[in-house]
Design a protein. Structure first.
Length: 514
């Protein structure tokens, strides 16, 4: 029975503790039937923990949960599903070799003979009702990221969910797929479904939600009608200070070619082609942003340039020197700095801030003298970087893992930039960071650009690519589909290229990038 006030989910005084951390500190949340309710907050604010409690993955230490007017105890996802709650996680949980219908009915008690026949009819009914076109017989590996997400949504709808939780649902989508998803969510809400939408993208909150709850440091900072707020206010509530939505990118005349990649071929971890005959150039004082849906060869590309993945064919040159077969240490000495998308690839969580800051130059004087380290010199060096890059840490001895995500990223950038590289490779520089930390990282990258460094930027966030880059290259299935000046970017064209539906001719590429 529906409560008279329309509230279908009410969480009261939710407390969740982990060792050394209070993830949720007395959180109250109310979600109404037929609304899209955005849950907004910086990394570590407690929003995903709160939804994992609602879905039964975590159990609250204190507090109450009410669903459709009744107090409930949710011990597992199965309990949540029985209550009509479904969750779509950021990373899809689908069997790639199975069909759509097989994935949707997986784990359910269906008819013994030909269980897919009634399931197929029901899937087609749901897809028609909510405007999510899908082929039930298609195999998951044949589908785009947007289509796979439709399968995830249909999977929870098939199980009878009328309260849907979506965790960062647009992180794997092209702009066109994002637009389609947001339109689908609005349609679902109008037809009586309730949607809880976890995101860090302020523009999506404004576009799709009816109300928004902002969390900060494990508590609710505010719940607002979306129509009565704006991105600046939401950002201030997220981080506890005013955030300047201003990016001053000074005009710079690009210098000589620093990175020259030609005919590059690289395999992925399964031994399959990931980068195919790829060519690109980055000049001094220039940011080349590579835009594309995650999983289209970006990781393999940057690892090949950094020397962490073997090259099958082609050439990589830095400042005119062929580095294709050089070891990572030799590439560092050739002037390459590398900030990977997975930060802990380049850091040691249990080591101190100071120790992480010297990981690349501990053998050099005055820090390193043979097999010995000069602790006093390390302290001076680390303190200088901590101050220069405004790394917020109790002291240089603090284990790096105890810092916030933004300060961990600052420490990584500080280490790479302090080496004064001629080429800086940066992948997903602000992934998981709040708007305040994002603003700081962007300013650091622009300052490095002004110093004359060539920067290769890889990001799944198209807004980030367009904001920072001088030139943009779009990648699809390991190939560059087009390249052009950032100020001439056409979002529709980029979306088509990210989906593999459009490729500019070589003549157009040269003309746009000139």
């Amino acid at each position: 029975m529906m409560p008279e006030d329309g509230v279908v989910v009410r969480m009261k005084g939710i407390v969740k503790r982990f060792p050394g951390v209070v993830a949720n500190a007395g959180v109250d949340l109310e979600v109404r039937r037929g609304e899209v309710h955005a849950l907004l907050g910086e990394n570590g604010a407690g929003k995903t923990t709160l939804m994992n409690i609602l879905y039964g993955i975590y159990h609250p230490d204190e507090g109450e949960i009410w669903v459709n007017g009744k107090r409930v105890t949710i011990r597992s996802p199965q309990d949540a599903i029985r209550l009509g709650i479904g969750m779509i996680h950021q990373q899809f949980r689908l069997v790639q070799t199975h069909t759509v219908v097989e994935n949707i009915i997986l784990g359910l008690k269906e008819a013994f003979f030909f269980p897919d026949r009634p399931a197929r009819r029901r899937i087609l009914e749901l897809s028609e009702h909510y405007g999510m076109k899908i082929d039930p017989e298609a195999r998951i590996w044949q589908l785009s990221a947007g289509e796979q997400q439709r399968v995830e949504i249909l999977k929870v709808l098939y199980r009878g969910a009328n309260i849907l939780i979506l965790d960062e649902p647009t992180s794997m989508l092209t702009p066109a797929e994002t637009h389609d998803l947001l339109r689908t969510l609005r349609r679902m809400a109008k037809q009586g479904q309730t949607v809880i939408f976890i995101t860090h993208k302020l523009e999506e909150v404004i576009e799709v939600s009816d109300r928004v709850t902002v969390m900060r440091q494990g508590k609710v900072a505010a719940t607002l009608n979306t129509s009565e707020t704006n991105p600046r206010q939401l950002a201030q509530l997220m981080v506890g200070r005013d955030v300047l939505f201003r990016l001053e990118k000074k005009p710079i005349q690009p210098g000589e070619v620093v990175l020259d990649v030609s005919g590059l071929n690289v395999l992925n971890d399964k031994g399959l082609p990931a980068v195919c005959d790829l060519a690109l150039q980055v000049r001094a004082g220039q940011i080349l942003g590579v835009a594309g849906v995650s999983g289209n060869g970006q990781r393999e590309l940057v690892e090949a340039i950094a020397g962490l993945r073997p090259v099958v064919g082609g050439r990589i040159a830095v400042n005119g020197r062929d580095v294709t077969r050089l070891l990572p240490r030799a590439r560092i000495e050739s002037g390459i700095g590398f900030v990977p998308g997975e930060r802990w690839m380049a850091l040691v969580p249990s080591m101190s801030v100071a120790e992480n800051l010297i990981l690349k130059n501990y053998v050099r004087s005055p820090i390193g003298r043979g097999i010995w380290l000069d602790r006093r010199a390390i302290a001076v060096y680390a303190d200088a970087l901590i101050n220069q890059f405004a790394i917020l840490t109790p002291d240089r001895h603090t284990p790096l893992k105890k810092l916030s995500g933004g300060n961990i990223q600052r420490a990584l950038l500080a280490r790479e930039m302090s080496e004064k590289p001629s080429l800086l490779i940066v992948a997903q520089p602000t992934s998981g960071l709040d708007v305040g930390a994002t603003e700081t990282i962007w300013q650091m990258l622009l300052a490095e650009r002004e110093r004359g460094t060539a920067i290769l930027l890889i990001s799944d966030d198209l807004k980030e690519v367009l904001s920072l880059s001088d030139r943009v290259a779009v990648i699809f299935e390991g190939q560059i589909m087009g390249e052009f000046l950032a100020e001439q970017a056409d979002l529709e064209q980029i979306s088509l290229m990210m989906a593999g539906a459009l490729r500019l001719s070589d003549a157009n590429v040269v003309g746009e990038a000139a």
